[in-house]
Design a protein around this ligand. Structure first.
Ligand SMILES: NC(=O)c1ccc[n+]([C@@H]2O[C@H](COP(=O)([O-])OP(=O)(O)OC[C@H]3O[C@@H](n4cnc5c(N)ncnc54)[C@H](OP(=O)(O)O)[C@@H]3O)[C@@H](O)[C@H]2O)c1
Length: 269
């Protein structure tokens, strides 16, 4: 792991870079302290791996602690800086404790990637109401818990970067996806509100993926939705495509706020 002192020095240099300086290069994500929720698979894992490879200290958080620990171990074995933390984003107290612990240990939290999400699709008339609640709890309340936990730190620091992993479902609705899309419309709206209300120094990015390889469809129990997903997901792109978008947003100078990136397979219409 990189030492806190070295890390702080790098962070200061990165944050002082702005696009007002004609010769300045993008700050780059190196040295930032990043917490990624839902980092035990798919997009969150890819974001954690890429940002660690680019020199960030990454805290991987999710419920499956063994997977989190194994990924963090593998990242460290390559000389990068990472740690795992078991976290359920539906538990506000747990999220606050995780964010506070990172800020205490490293002296700051630079980036919170609110990525954790579930997508048990079904038609409304299937009345899978517990699954509706689950999507609202993870995709909406989980996001709000992250914002509530990190915003006071970002305000106190005078800097910080929220990244929300939304979805194409934040812009269009399809059959079987009414509730999932509603949660992603909500994620988009909450993140846009956060951008409008946040003071200078706080950056806010929504990354809006199309279909991406991951375990996301594994929570679908409805047979009709499962079948539709098999066709839909055939054109999925690798999760690192989303990680590269996150890296791009983080890499900009401190006065540049990349607010939304839509990333989907070329063949997805
Ligand atoms: N893949 C796509 O095509 C696609 C497209 C658009 C948007 N997205 C969005 O991308 C995000 C990541 O999904 P993915 O595609 O990478 O799917 P994934 O492989 O299923 O990953 C979802 C992650 O969320 C975590 N998670 C679920 N419930 C959680 C909870 N209560 N607390 C903490 N972590 C929780 C899971 O970890 P644990 O089970 O270990 O907790 C897992 O790490 C989601 O927000 C999803 O809506 C995905």
């Amino acid at each position: 792991m990189i030492s806190t002192t070295a890390q702080e020095a790098t962070i200061t240099t990165a944050q002082e870079t702005t696009s007002q300086q004609p010769d300045s290069q993008p700050a780059g994500p190196a040295g930032k302290v990043v917490l990624v929720t839902g980092a035990s698979s798919g997009i969150g894992e890819a974001i954690a791996r890429r940002l660690a490879d680019e020199g960030c200290h990454v805290v991987l958080a999710a419920r499956r602690s063994e997977r989190i620990a194994a990924i963090a171990d593998e990242i460290r074995s390559r000389g990068r800086s990472a740690q795992g933390r078991q976290l359920d984003v539906t538990d506000r107290v747990d999220v606050q404790a995780a964010v506070d612990a990172v800020a205490d240990e490293h002296g700051r939290l630079d980036v919170l990637v609110n990525n954790a999400g579930v997508m048990p699709l079904s038609r409304l008339d299937a009345l899978l109401t517990e699954q509706w609640d689950r999507m609202i709890d993870v995709n909406v309340r989980g996001l709000l818990h992250g914002i509530a936990a990190a915003l006071p730190h970002f305000q106190a620091q005078g800097s910080g970067h929220f990244v929300t992993i939304a979805s194409i479902g934040a812009h269009q609705v399809s059959p079987t996806a009414a509730v999932y899309c509603a949660t992603k419309y909500a994620a988009w709206a909450i993140t846009e509100g956060l951008r409008l209300e946040s003071g200078p120094g706080v950056r806010v990015t929504t990354v809006t993926p199309g279909v991406v390889e991951s375990e996301l469809a594994s929570t679908i129990t409805d047979p009709g939705a499962q079948e539709a997903m098999r066709t839909y997901r055939a054109e999925a792109i690798h999760a690192d495509a989303i990680a590269r978008a996150v890296s791009f947003a983080l890499a900009q100078p401190a006065d540049v706020d990349v607010n939304e990136l839509v990333v989907r397979p070329v063949r997805q219409r």
